[in-house]
Design a protein around this ligand. Structure first.
Ligand code: ATR
Length: 296
């Protein structure tokens, strides 16, 4: 006789929560793996976050993802967080280990896995420029370094934030076994530095719906052959930046990969099983193509 598998509940803490594609993606993944688990989105207003954390323990919810606006504020309520999440200063995945809540950040990790799986980038060789110096840039930069990136440039509209991010990355890099060269470059010269890089990653919100014709940097004047151009925006899927890059011969990488792979990394933490990435990708892509999500 087979032992029955324990029913487990997982979820998302967000505010608002109703538009998230995480329940769709995780429930499809559980189903594909024949796991009797359920993933539920919970709308948690900021002033109720501590109560929500208590509820996770009380109701024995086995794991949750955390998104806007809770990723930073949730940290003091956790029992442990891993080194990368600490360095990033944000948590997007929590695993309930017998009442002890452990925090991780799978956003940057997921982004880098998606870049590795979906493009020809060789992280050990490539010179990479990140446009933007916000939370997303920080997560991505830390995981690029952790995964072997040796040459990293940061360009941000507000120079102070680029400088601060560079300092934080330098501090993190002392824990690595390989040498890294990290520097910030002036926003006004970003196009020039894009030309010198092999991989260009847009982490700014420029080009996000409804401002779909805007681009963080003008690529018109620069040669993009042999380069990979990546955008973390997935609404729209093909940003103006990626369209321009594609028309100039670059290999492009869309933002949906980051969403899928952050979910895949979380799935692995939740279940200790290999995530069914193709199923997760299909269900998300199907939804995005069917809905007006990336057109409106
Ligand atoms: P996230 O967590 O998604 O990274 P964020 O922390 O608010 O969000 O960061 C947004 C990024 O987009 C920042 O790097 C921001 O630049 P500033 O630090 O100068 O604000 C960048 N950004 C937003 N609008 C921009 C614009 N119009 N031009 C250039 N950069 C912009």
């Amino acid at each position: 006789m087979q032992m029955p598998v324990e029913v487990k509940l997982f979820g998302l803490l967000a505010h608002p929560a109703q538009h998230s594609l995480s329940p769709l993606m995780h429930n499809a993944a559980f189903h594909a793996c024949q796991l009797p688990y359920h993933y539920q989105a919970f709308d948690v207003p900021p002033d109720q976050l501590e109560e929500a954390i208590k509820a996770i323990k009380l109701l024995n919810i086995k794991g949750v993802n955390v998104t806007v606006p809770h990723k930073e504020k949730i940290i003091p309520f956790l029992d442990q967080i891993n080194e990368e999440a600490k360095a990033i200063g944000a948590v997007n995945t929590i695993v309930n280990e017998n009442g002890s809540l452990h925090g991780y950040n799978t956003d940057g990790d997921g982004y880098v896995q998606s870049l590795i799986q979906e493009t020809t980038v060789d992280l050990h060789q490539a010179s990479i420029i990140i446009l933007g110096a916000g939370g997303a840039a920080k997560g991505i930069a830390i995981y690029l370094l952790k995964n072997g990136c040796r040459h990293l440039m940061i360009a941000n509209r507000s120079p102070l934030k680029a400088e601060q991010l560079e300092e934080q990355l330098q501090a993190y890099s002392t824990k690595l076994e390989h040498q890294v060269e990290i520097r910030h470059v002036p926003w006004q010269k970003a196009a020039e530095h894009c030309e010198a890089a092999d991989v260009i990653i847009n982490t700014t919100s420029v080009g996000l719906w409804p401002h779909v014709t805007e681009m963080p940097v003008q690529l018109k004047e620069i040669s993009l052959k042999q380069k990979v151009v990546s955008d973390i925006i997935y609404n729209p899927l093909m940003t103006a930046f990626l369209q321009e890059a594609k028309s100039k011969g670059a290999e492009i990488h869309t933002g949906v990969g980051m969403f899928i792979y952050q979910g895949a990394r979380a799935f692995r933490l939740f279940t200790l099983q290999e995530p069914p990435v193709e199923v997760m990708k299909q269900v998300v892509m199907h939804h995005l193509q069917r809905s007006s999500y990336n057109q409106h």
